[in-house]
Design a protein around this ligand. Structure first.
Ligand code: SF4
Length: 651
């Protein structure tokens, strides 16, 4: 049988109905939700299984799933169904009763799909990908999958370093998904109809911009084990894969009728994407680099989408999505319009990542009428010096001012996000975290807050250097150093009343760092860890560090090679096969500036030459009156940071 042969539809409904009463949350496997798509798979030209490598509740909170589901089901002859990682109880029953992984729409076995496409949102979900393939009865490695198996695709943020999954995935789609999904599915339909081999299909796919077929390249290494290049095995494959960018968000398809889950999911609300990209230039942030340039949806389109989504779903809450909501050029009139649209339907409006300027406070005041939640700020580092290194333009004055204002509005819970282990960090920076919390408590006391109820939480995560960022060359702190810093902070937080500390496990951050900057060799450790029983590694109740250490030892991988090693400035990096739009030269320049504690201003105030203009017209560049000032906008003085740049988020 060939992948292109039509497979008869096997309906597993009867088998699955039998087991649903024996598992927690049966509704997460049932499908049939409002706006889910019900078609006959036997009549579609291409059956696409969209796989989310985590549970239904997490997957259904992800806007990208709704967009892809919608875009694919709009394509002529394509039927997209959803698949999620089953929870433990369901998996056990499925394995015991030989029920293969199935789509929730038609209860069709995953192996009957023509394509299975995984979204890669976080590295700790990688073992779930293997588990889903295994539950489907599909061989894990692409080299072991013959013509009869579905083609396995992947996209999403983690595909900007695709190498750790290169032995598993047949093709990656890099960048915005809408156009490349339409183009790849069109080619697969053609190839299926023509009955060409899987090899030829992959050759044709590799000719599409933004598609990376890893089996067409062989990684090269030097004697020290450092990668030196990708040797092409198929002459027609591109030298570099440039990410796809959708420029016109107004005319790109958007789910007006998103699937509405029957059960509570993590974010149970209507969501409108405001814009893509960010110009702020935080040096640790991968999304800020890989999502450039900034592209906005126009205000009238956002309002129209919001009204129609609320009407079509019946949600009582609406949220806006972007990397930094306040940076939207027409945020004030937009929020005013949306607030009245939401009020007309008695829905609440949630505004993540607001900048605390006077307008935002006015908005917060009005939003309070709907619901009063806690607020979150993200200073990320405890001192100005370290904030300059990471290019986070917030000063202590901004934090104090923002805290005072929200306390006066009556907010009793303030959450602060920090990272530790950042390049150049010292214990003084840790003291700075404690000091910020202490200061906010004093401000609360001075402003008459109810101190019996007031609370500041410092949530501290461990810095993981990511591929495609100015910090892609740096070493991560060792787990021992992270543990010491946690204890250091804990000891000091105990002495601050009304404040508490939350921190993340060091072992998961270590693992995340291995896969965030891993090369193709770590794939064998991933497979071994899965065979040893690892899955849901992002969930503390499932994570088993001992099994991971064994997997690395069994496969001859020294994980510290990936976490603790400082990469050379001229070193070829495993993800250099991918061009994310921003040049490596720019990232290196930003890295050097970080080491000099120099701030680079938001490029809305003047282009800093990131390189994205090599591929598209950058709307920010075009609109900036100051664009000619170029590198002059790099400014070494922290006090030059805009005065209203504290970010908030409703908790
Ligand atoms: S091209 Fe210039 S203005 Fe556009 S994102 Fe890059 S640095 Fe900013």
């Amino acid at each position: 049988m060939k992948y292109s042969d039509r497979k008869p539809y096997t309906d597993l409904n009867d088998k699955i109905e039998d087991v649903l009463m024996r598992v927690n949350k049966p509704a997460t496997y049932m499908g049939g939700e409002l706006h889910s798509v019900d078609r006959d798979p036997e009549k579609s030209e291409l059956n696409f299984g969209f796989c989310f490598p985590d549970t239904y509740e997490i997957g259904m909170s992800y806007l990208g799933l709704q967009i892809i589901y919608h875009v694919l089901n709009e394509q002529h002859g394509v039927y997209c169904q959803r698949l999620f990682a089953p929870a433990d109880d369901m998996e056990q029953i499925m394995r015991a009763e030989s029920i293969p992984l199935f789509t929730i729409e038609k209860k069709q076995p995953a192996a009957e799909m023509d394509v299975l496409g995984f979204t890669l949102q976080y590295e700790l979900s990688f073992t779930n990908i293997l588990n889903m393939l295994d539950l489907a009865g599909i061989p894990l490695l692409s080299s072991e999958r013959g013509e009869e198996w579905p083609v396995i695709a992947a996209g999403g943020n983690c595909s900007f370093n695709p190498e750790p999954l290169a032995d598993i995935i047949d093709y990656f789609m890099i960048g915005d998904g809408e156009d490349v999904l339409a183009e790849t599915t069109a080619v697969i339909k053609e190839c299926k109809a023509a009955g060409v081999s899987k090899r030829e299909l992959l050759e044709r796919l590799s000719a599409i911009d933004g598609v990376y077929v890893p089996s067409f390249y062989e990684p090269q290494y030097d004697d020290e084990g450092r990668m030196t290049g990708h040797k092409k095995l198929f002459e027609g494959a591109p030298d570099k894969v440039v990410k796809r960018i959708v420029m016109d968000l107004d005319n790109v398809s958007y789910p007006l009728e998103p699937v509405v889950p029957f059960v509570d999911v993590v974010h149970d609300r209507s969501v409108i994407e405001l814009f893509r990209g960010c110009t702020r230039g935080c040096r640790f942030c991968q999304a800020g680099i890989i999502c450039r340039p900034v592209r906005e949806r126009s205000r009238s389109v956002v309002v129209d989408l919001a009204k129609r989504q609320l009407e079509n779903t019946g949600y009582d809450e609406m949220s806006l999505l972007s990397l930094s909501t306040s940076d939207y050029s027409e945020i004030e009139p937009l929020v005013t319009e949306l607030m009245s649209a939401c009020a007309a339907r008695e829905a609440g409006l949630s505004l993540p990542s607001l900048r605390l300027d006077s307008f935002s406070f006015k908005v917060l005041q009005e939003i309070q009428e709907y619901r009063k939640t806690g607020l979150t700020f993200a200073p990320e580092a405890g001192t100005q010096r370290l904030r300059n290194i990471i290019n986070k333009s917030i000063t202590d004055e901004h934090i104090n001012m923002a805290a005072e204002r929200v306390i006066k509005l009556g907010y009793n819970n303030i959450k602060l996000y920090f990272m530790i282990g950042l390049p150049g960090e010292t214990d003084e920076d840790l003291d700075g975290i404690v000091e910020i919390a202490r200061r906010i408590v004093s401000i609360a006391r001075e402003n008459g807050a109810n101190m019996g109820r007031f609370n500041v939480t410092a949530s501290v995560s461990n810095f993981v250097p990511k591929a495609q960022t100015p910090f892609q060359w740096v070493a991560q702190d060792t787990p021992e150093e992270f543990n010491r810093k946690h204890e250091y902070l804990m000891e000091r937080f105990r002495k601050v009343k009304c404040a508490n500390l939350q921190y993340h496990g060091t072992d998961t951050s270590f693992l995340e760092a291995v896969f965030a900057r891993g090369d193709r060799r770590v794939c064998k450790s991933l497979v071994r860890a899965f065979r040893l029983g690892c899955r849901f590694d992002g969930w503390s109740e499932h994570f088993d560090y001992g099994k991971w250490l064994r997997a690395f030892a069994d496969t001859g991988i020294v994980p510290e090679f990936y976490t603790q090693r400082v990469r050379g400035r001229d070193e070829y990096l495993p993800w250099d096969i991918i061009d994310c739009g921003v040049t490596k030269k720019y990232m290196l320049l930003e890295y050097d500036r970080a080491m000099k504690e120099a701030v680079t201003l938001d490029c809305r105030q003047g282009c800093t030459g990131c390189g994205i203009k090599r591929f598209v017209e950058c709307p920010v560049y075009e609109q900036s009156e100051n664009y000619k000032t170029g590198a002059a906008m790099r400014n070494d003085a922290a006090q030059s940071a805009p005065k209203d740049c504290v970010q908030t988020q409703e908790a």
